[in-house]
Design a protein around this ligand. Structure first.
Ligand SMILES: [Zn+2]
Ligand SMILES: [Zn+2]
Length: 256
């Protein structure tokens, strides 16, 4: 069953959780950091000024795919024609300068601390009062193939999902889905080829199939481009009985 955000008080971190949060925030105060966007020194990876300037705008987005829309419709023109298998998409920003730097520094600069800054910005987007979003029952990351995981050493989607699950007080199932087919990197393909490339790439881990049926599942990723991968993830989850699938993605590639 889905929980309505408005009726779901955030439970207070208790005991050990509270202590860990306290230690983490104390450490972050002791270690000076530099804002990833403007470079000024401070206590946070995104300074207050950049947070206000870049992440407080109220862009109206398509309920389904999160592309910006400039009409009174709830869905963009593409989503009115083509139905994605996921129900909704929440993003923190467009995948464009200066936000693309954040994703690149997470993926290729191996800065896992960046992941928690991105998770904070995503949590803020989800909890924004203007959003009438139902919190999912659980979170999963978009899985990487074994080969990609071995090359990179970590799954950036999981690194964002972990602190996000903690701040939203949700369960996370990192291995609920498995990438069973190695696919070509989607970024190397023409948009028209992406859906075919990713088809049947995911399967539920047999140990967790009972966690899918009837559940509202939040699928976390760093960037959404055509939506082909997230469509395939949602198709797999829905085939196995998921009631609802919400994408929770840091950045959305704008239309070109
Ligand atoms: Zn800044
Ligand atoms: Zn759309």
């Amino acid at each position: 069953m889905s929980k309505n955000l408005k009726n779901t008080p955030k439970t207070k971190a208790s005991g050990v959780g509270y202590l860990i949060d306290y230690i983490k925030s104390s450490i972050s105060r002791l270690i000076p950091s530099t804002c990833l966007l403007c470079g000024i020194d401070g206590d946070h990876l995104i300074c207050h000024g950049c947070d206000t300037q870049f992440f407080s705008s109220k862009i109206k987005r398509c309920i389904s795919c999160a592309l910006p829309i400039f009409s009174h419709d709830s869905h963009c023109g593409e989503c009115l024609k083509k139905r994605f298998k996921f129900d909704t998409t929440i993003v923190a920003c467009d995948y464009a300068a200066p936000f693309d730097q954040l994703v690149l520094s997470l993926k290729f600069g191996h800065r896992l601390a960046v992941a928690s800054a991105l998770a904070d910005l995503l949590a803020k987007a989800i909890l924004a009062p203007s959003n009438k979003i139902e919190l999912p029952d659980l979170l999963i990351p978009v899985p990487l193939s074994r080969q990609r995981l071995a090359q990179r050493g970590f799954n950036q989607a999981l690194e964002i999902a972990k602190p996000l699950a903690q701040s939203l007080n949700l369960l996370i199932y990192p291995n609920l889905l498995e990438r069973v087919r190695d696919t070509k990197a989607q970024t190397l393909l023409h948009p028209d080829e992406r859906q075919e490339n990713i088809k049947h790439a995911f399967l539920p881990n047999p140990n967790y199939t009972d966690r899918i049926r009837g559940q509202h599942i939040g699928v976390v990723d760093d960037v959404m481009t055509t939506g082909a991968t997230l469509h395939e993830v949602a198709a797999c989850l829905k085939r196995h009985g998921a009631a609802r699938v919400s994408n929770i993605v840091f950045a959305r590639t704008p239309p070109h």
